[in-house]
Design a protein around this ligand. Sequence first.
Ligand SMILES: Nc1ncnc2c1ncn2[C@@H]1O[C@H](COP(=O)(O)OP(=O)(O)OP(=O)(O)O)[C@@H](O)[C@H]1O
Ligand SMILES: [Mg+2]
Length: 233
Amino acid sequence: MLKIQNLAVHYGMIQAVHDVSFEVNEGEIVTLIGANGAGKTTILRTISGLIRPSQGSITFEGSEITKIAPQKIVAGGLSQVPEGRHVFAGLTVMENLEMGAYLRKDNDTKADYEQVFQKFPVLKERKNQDAATLSGGEQQMLAMGRALMSKPKLLLLDEPSMGLAPIFIKEIFSIIQEINQQGTTVLLIEQNAKMALSVADRGYVLETGKVVLSGTGSELLESEEVKKAYLGG
Ligand SMILES: Nc1ncnc2c1ncn2[C@@H]1O[C@H](COP(=O)(O)OP(=O)(O)OP(=O)(O)O)[C@@H](O)[C@H]1O
Ligand SMILES: [Mg+2]
């Protein structure tokens, strides 16, 4: 579904991503794990069209999207939940969800709001509340709900567990699995390697802008290198 080939990304003279290749098949949860500064967000923003690569190609469902405008990429079925959520603080919960549906060509959104509320009941309780007044975990749920309102075929999540209490982390990961089981393919970026690998079909380990290891989620969980570097020994 998504194929990244020999991707390189520069910020001015600094190269943040070096010759990265990986793929995500339809129906999978694939995770990209790595430490601070490994290049995870850079890769995600490049896939979404927000940063232009200096080399390489990105194809989504067989079409090259490397030079496509971000809003067209979203309309084509690829939606991202950015690092740090970035909900629209001055808008209500409901208005944030409406923004997620903005690029849709159909008006048949009613059932999708219901689905989002069923996954995240707290958003229904707070639908008229300003997004700025939500807790961090609730904002993460809103950012995910907003992305789901665009009806993505592929959902990109950038560190959904960041800054959340363990109970919220568990809930977020179980909802990611539910979203996947309902037919959405997921690319999950995480520093929480243990949680990410335990829900992922496959994973890639990124170090200073390079893929250094790949395998199934369980293979990587068992890998000595991963254990040493990411799972505390
Ligand atoms: N706008 C920018 N200008 C210059 N350098 C940048 C910019 N954004 C990121 N970088 C650099 O690119 C490298 C990769 O950063 P990136 O944000 O992709 O890492 P990350 O893996 O998402 O890290 P984290 O887990 O901390 O979010 C880092 O060395 C960072 O300093
Ligand atoms: Mg990041």
